[in-house]
Design a protein. Structure first.
Length: 432
């Protein structure tokens, strides 16, 4: 059965469309059970994220795609016509290439981002739990996990940060190394600061302080990551505790001034402070950069780093494409081999049946007292005739109808060496 993909993603549809066809985690099982009931579908898996909703299917025929599209639209209570401009369908080879690119982060909104691999693994787990995944899709998903690991091992596609939050944390790690004995002060509680907080938590930051205008919001974030919250007007009190300061608010005025930092440095006995101002307009007075023992970076500084890293990832993506092209060929070759496996199984079963019948008759002859040599001759002769009878009949008909390709295939199949027929006869007749 062909393997296909139906879906939409950030390249084909705006978020206003993507959000209407997303599957929540709670409804994935129900959706899979509904999808697998469609007559042409043998296996099914669904991946649904903020950037994509895709159906991976093992289907009887590519001609039956209309049934899948109708199901997709009906499930989300949308007319098919509203989705037709955004949907894509990949055939078998394209589907293999696509899932390998998705797993490797090449097809992501942020090139090389690793989160999608975990989301693919969740999609696989949901399909296993729903009982809608079998040999073909199971092998495809497992294969995509392996190839994604190879891409990340053999290329630099995920090694360079491409978000300001991640870049700030990576820069801090480059300066301090192990972060477990250091304290970070995060100013703000929006998306950028939340990302920075999570990255710092993953890197094992020692202490986490979150300062925000709304204490409740700061408390929610700090509590989740084992930190503690303060108000913005308490920053000066805690500034001396901070080895790292990362700020990103919507404030229209400076939140950290030079005098506060000077005082903090005195308290710290001039132990250095690494500061990153991601806000526009700035949260941290730019004159602070003139102070000794202060390392101040702005969002522009990080954007320059990020642009270099994006270029690095693009180069790595080219290497990843080469890996994926090779691995796609390997997977397609494996799938094609399945057809041969079923034929081999049938040939073996047929041969076993012949053997059982002839052996039974040979044993009966031995029991009647026939000589063993005569019985062995019967066994070998009869079994050989039975095994070559059908191929011989087919080959004779092929010869009569000029089907030379079948005869050539038979020579290859039975490993028949015909080269000796083309050699000149070494024994020449004597002439008187």
């Amino acid at each position: 059965m062909p393997i296909v993909t139906f879906g939409i993603n950030h390249k084909t549809a705006p978020v206003s469309v993507r959000e209407r066809v997303a599957f929540s985690v709670e409804e994935i099982n129900k959706a899979l059970q509904s999808l697998i009931k469609l007559e042409p579908i043998d296996e099914a898996a669904i991946i649904s994220t903020c950037n994509r909703t895709e159906l991976y299917l093992s289907i009887e025929s590519l001609d039956q795609q209309t049934a899948v599209i109708n199901w997709f639209a009906d499930y989300h209570k949308l007319p098919s016509s509203e989705l037709s401009d955004y949907l894509y369908m990949h055939g078998e080879t394209e589907t293999v290439q696509h899932i390998l690119k998705v797993a490797s982060g090449i097809d992501s909104l942020v090139l090389g981002e690793p989160q999608i691999l975990g989301q693919l693994k969740d999609a696989y787990r949901h399909a296993v739990e729903a009982g809608t995944i079998g040999t073909l899709l199971g092998r495809l998903f497992q294969y995509s996990f392996t190839v994604a690991k190879q891409v990340r091992t053999d290329t630099a596609i995920g090694s360079s940060p491409v978000s300001v939050a991640y870049a700030a944390v990576r820069l801090a790690k480059q300066i301090f190394g192990d972060l477990s004995s250091y304290t970070v002060l995060l100013v703000g509680a929006g998306e950028t600061i939340e990302l920075a907080a999570r990255h710092l938590h993953e890197q094992g930051i020692g202490r986490l302080i979150v300062a925000n205008r709304t204490l409740e919001r700061a408390h929610d974030l700090a509590e989740e990551l084992n930190g503690y919250a303060i108000r913005l007007n308490e920053i000066s009190t805690h500034l001396a505790e901070a080895d790292i300061v990362i700020s990103s608010t919507a404030s229209q005025s400076i939140l950290i001034n030079q005098n506060e930092v000077k005082q903090a440095l005195v308290t710290r006995k001039h132990k250095p402070i690494f500061m990153v101002d991601l806000a526009v307009p700035r949260d941290i007075d730019s004159s602070i950069a003139e102070l000794d023992d202060i390392y101040l970076y702005t969002v522009d500084d990080l954007h320059n780093v990020i642009e270099e890293n994006i270029q690095s990832r693009r180069q790595a993506a080219n290497q990843a494409e080469e890996i994926i092209e090779i691995q796609t060929g390997h997977f397609i070759a494996w799938k094609k081999s399945l057809e041969a496996v079923s034929v081999i199984r049938e040939v073996r079963e047929s041969a076993e049946q012949f053997k059982t019948e002839v052996l039974k008759k040979a044993i009966a002859q031995l029991e009647t007292g026939k000589p063993a040599e005569q019985v062995l001759q019967y066994l070998a002769h009869t079994l050989t005739n039975k095994l070559i009878h059908s191929p011989s009949v087919v080959l004779k008909e092929a010869g009569a109808h000029g089907r030379t390709e079948l005869i050539k295939a038979a020579r290859e199949l039975f490993d028949i060496d015909m080269s000796h027929l083309n050699k000149p006869n070494s024994s020449k007749p004597n002439k008187d």
